[in-house]
Write a protein of this length. Structure first.
Length: 132
């Protein structure tokens, strides 16, 4: 019995130590997503080099960028993947007209939503007041 108890004591002593070393090597990665939410009554056109033209229909949203793998939340202004936002709308002749521009990116115009301790989303909410 004492042999079994001694083994159990060693295992109980070593388990937290081994778990501590295991946790140190795990790097925490925070996921940050960036969304354009079109709450206006106008379809908007978002153009990027990677995806080309994307129509963000009225009353819908579009995930347009993912933050870099980081150990913390990356605000829109800190994200090096984009440094400006331009949204266009079509006029009566179907020409694209600039409807909204944010250059440089301003964090205070974005709303942050914490989905979990490791998942966040920033939304840029476009309303009729911003594009008229």
């Amino acid at each position: 019995k004492s042999f079994i108890m001694r083994k159990l004591q060693i295992i109980l002593f070593l388990a937290p130590l081994l778990m501590a070393f295991q946790c140190e090597s795990d790097e925490i990665v925070v996921s940050t997503v960036y969304i354009i939410q079109n709450d206006s009554n106008t379809n908007l056109i978002f153009i990027t080099e990677e995806a080309g033209e994307t129509v963000i229909t009225s009353q819908s949203s579009h995930i347009f960028n993912f933050g870099p793998n980081a150990s913390t939340v990356v605000s829109p202004a800190e994200n090096s993947n984009f440094n400006s936002i331009q949204l266009f709308k079509s006029d009566s002749n179907q020409n694209q007209v600039l409807a909204y521009e944010q250059n440089p990116i301003q964090d205070e115009l974005w709303s942050l939503n914490e989905l979990s301790s490791l998942e966040y989303e920033y939304s840029l909410i476009i309303t009729d007041d911003l594009i008229d």
